[in-house]
Design a protein around this ligand. Structure first.
Ligand code: ADP
Ligand code: MG
Length: 723
């Protein structure tokens, strides 16, 4: 985050431009300097730092934080190495520098000795390059992690530094995140520490602009920004390190809460289309075509939506409801409300299959009312597509179901009043923003998600939305029985599945996605498919298969075979994760269940238990299940409460990409962790609200640095597109 780079001044008032210009020209210039100008960097290393770690300026280096510190004040004599220590620092003479082994096993080995003993140093990567840089019979300062190989201790990929007149023991040494490539080119931890030291010799407190207002720093006992950065790189005590970390985490979370808070303010100020009445469509459907009675939760949510859309403000509502809680019907009836008021409505799903399912169920429900519904996805092309675009533009088509193809610029609506986004976690914040532009005033937006979002995460991700919850399942559902099984029990499991299928039910068999390798993924699925065929004889059973490598049409064809009941068994990767609805499918087997996230398993499990039959979800663990992994799976066996599961998942795995947030750029904190730092998150949320209450547009002088920082952040992370 580069708060001092020249801002975009187009469209600002003259006063603002002067202000920004003055502030920057007298204070900031040095931190804007390109990194290669720092003593000890130069053009070559500068380019490397840019490429590998996006460190382009002095400022970027300042924000490249250490992840831990090691005590390097001590030098251990080789003969006295304590095998229980993790890292050691040694001084000795380097000899016998030789390459050993061939091909992939090739490595560089050298011996370091002092007057008490000797130890081997080993490099597996960059052997040639390192060999060239090492000098035999010279004295080196060596630092690294002890490693035991066949009972002998060595150090793999140590940091080595030729000892000369200037060498001194480093003392408390910050450890920086770095890359293999940088290390191989000699940019080690020590280099980062040295460069940062050089930088701190050049700058003072005046160069680092304080972004937090004074009263906030006082109230929350936060140290100054310069001090924090200094202590973060070179703490003189654990206490100071803690203070520094807290301060910088606080800043990160505070900025994110301000962004969300401002977005929320914009939402509340945003005029919206006024849905004055409940009319023909809604009432006719409610009285004559609704296939079941609504649950109380569904009714309550519809009321909330009705209130929002009738308020004159734009609705931005998140609808949370566990899998199977019946969100689709709520979406459908909200869309009818839009139609009743002369508007068009659309519903957008993250995948083609889901869009198709919505299309079939919605058009099925609306057929008798004579309402035309069409499907627009990436694979709808040519004449059909042209026709749909035409009908949307002239308003003859009033309900469209689609994928993100709906977001494309050439999709123009005559009068879009409501956009429903299903399974939000696949869409970024920026995509939500693009929907806003589909009418002269933004349409109402209803975001639906089956992923129960723990509170801390919701605060960070959806803090700008109002939230409705469907906390009640439709009546008559039988709880799904979840069973944990080990690989040794496979025969029994398969027999059980077959018995269920013989009763006329359908079964899912799900294989994990192996992220590192699409190929492996495919192979394990194929091997699995062969196995399944052993149990489900092709002469008696029909097996369909869907996976990510098929083209969408083929996948769709196979999926439809299962949806229509023509296939007994569906072998699949996680493409069936969200939303697919086949009530007759009552058994699911998840292979290598330990490879899935808990929330993901919960989603998968939601594919069964949609009909009136007793449903089963069998979690089959691979042979390498750890104690921890077993515990995790037991959580799923013991509860069907999606919130509880999500909380556990978040605590165990961290936010990572469990909600597909990576692309939205909201959670890219350098230091903060929304689980561990939830107390800070809560503080910043309150502080951000207070600040925005007193200065909603951040026009007060003391808030200028913050405002500037927000504009920079906003541009980086799509948030800006919304305003
Ligand atoms: P989700 O919230 O997971 O999207 P769906 O909207 O797909 O759930 O609904 C799941 C199933 O429950 C569908 O078959 C739907 O027709 C049915 N359903 C929804 N609401 C009710 C209700 N109030 N009573 C009975 N069945 C319902
Ligand atoms: Mg759904």
């Amino acid at each position: 985050m580069n708060i001092l780079a020249p801002p975009d001044l187009r469209g600002r008032s003259f006063y603002t431009r002067c202000h920004v210009f003055l502030r920057i020209s007298n204070l900031a210039s040095i931190l804007e300097s390109p990194i290669e100008f720092l003593k000890g960097v130069g053009p070559q290393r500068g380019e490397l730092l840019r490429q590998e770690l996006e460190i382009a300026t002095f400022e970027d280096l300042l924000h490249h934080y250490p992840y831990r510190y090691s005590d390097r004040s001590q030098i251990t004599r080789i003969g006295f190495i304590d095998p229980k220590t993790e890292y050691v620092q040694l001084v000795g003479t380097l000899v016998n520098i030789v390459e050993e082994g061939d091909g992939r096993k090739k490595r560089l080995v050298a011996t370091l000795f002092d007057d008490t003993g000797r130890i081997e140093l080993v490099w597996f990567q960059g052997a040639q390059w390192i060999k060239k840089s090492l000098k035999s019979n010279e004295r080196y300062l060596v630092y690294g992690k002890l490693n035991y190989f066949n009972g002998v201790v060595n150090i793999v990929h140590p940091e080595v530094e030729l000892i000369n007149a200037e060498t001194s023991t480093p003392g408390m040494q910050p450890m920086y995140p770095t890359t293999e490539k940088l290390r191989l080119k000699g940019i080690t931890n020590r280099s980062f520490a040295k460069l940062t030291q050089v930088l701190f010799e050049k700058i003072g407190p005046r160069d680092v602009i304080e972004v937090l207002p004074e009263d906030i720093m006082r109230q929350y006992r936060l140290c100054g920004r310069y001090q924090a950065l200094r202590w973060l790189h070179f703490p003189d005590s654990e206490e100071h390190e803690r203070v520094a970390r807290r301060r910088m985490k606080w800043e990160e979370l505070f900025i994110s809460q301000l962004l969300i808070g401002r977005l929320r303010l914009q939402h509340t100020a945003q005029q919206g289309w006024h849905f004055e009445r409940v009319g023909e469509y809604f009432n006719d459907f409610f009285k004559h075509h609704l296939p079941f009675a609504l649950t109380n939760a569904q009714k309550r949510v519809l009321k909330e939506i009705r209130q929002d859309t009738g308020s004159g403000k734009q609705m931005n509502r998140l609808l949370q409801g566990d899998v199977g809680s019946g969100k689709t019907i709520v979406a459908l009836m909200s869309m009818l409300l839009a139609l009743d008021n002369g508007f068009q409505a659309c519903i957008m799903a993250p995948t083609e299959i889901l869009a198709q399912q919505h299309f079939f169920s919605i058009s099925g429900l609306l057929q008798q009312m004579g309402l035309d519904v069409k499907l627009l996805t990436g694979s709808v092309k040519g004449k059909v597509r042209k026709e749909i675009l035409q009908e949307l533009a002239d308003g003859t088509l009033r309900i469209v179901v689609g994928t993100h193809a709906l977001l494309e610029d050439n999709v123009q609506f005559h009068n879009l009043g409501l956009a429903v986004i299903d399974e939000q976690h696949r869409f970024g914040v920026g995509q939500r923003a693009r929907l806003w532009k589909k009418n002269e005033m933004p349409p109402h937006v209803l975001v639906m998600t089956a992923t129960p979002i723990p509170r801390t995460l919701a605060m960070t991700l959806y803090g700008d939305l109002d939230v409705s919850v469907i906390d009640e399942l439709p009546p008559g559902r039988q709880a799904i029985k979840t069973i944990f099984a080990r690989d040794q029990q496979r025969a029994k499991v398969m027999e059980f599945m077959r018995k269920e299928v013989d009763k006329g039910r359908q079964a899912y068999i799900v294989y994990p996605l192996i992220e590192e390798s699409e190929k492996l993924d495919y192979e394990s699925l194929m091997a699995g498919y062969e196995q399944v065929k052993i149990w489900f004889d092709e002469n008696r059973y029909r097996i369909a298969m869907v996976h990510g490598r098929q083209d969408p049409e083929e996948r769709e064809r196979n999926m439809q075979r299962f949806v229509r009941g023509e296939a007994n068994v569906l072998v699949a990767t996680t493409v069936i994760e969200v939303g697919v609805n086949v009530p007759n499918a009552s058994v699911m087997l998840v292979e290598s269940a330990e490879r899935f996230g808990l929330s993901q398993l919960h989603q998968l499990r939601g594919r069964v238990g949609r009909g009136t039959e007793q449903s089963y979800c069998i979690l089959l663990a691979g042979s390498k299940l750890s104690e921890e992994g077993h515990k995790r799976l037991q959580i799923l066996v013991s509860t069907t409460d999606g919130f509880k599961i999500a909380e556990e998942d978040l605590a165990m795995r961290g936010p990572g990409d469990m909600y597909g947030t990576r692309q939205s750029g909201v959670l890219k904190f350098k230091l903060a962790d929304i689980v561990q730092d939830s107390a800070i998150l809560e503080e910043t949320r309150i502080a951000a609200q207070q600040l925005l209450n007193s200065d909603p547009r951040l026009t007060m002088p003391q808030n200028q640095p913050l405002r500037y920082m927000l504009s920079q952040q906003g541009r980086q992370s799509h948030w800006g597109k919304i305003s």
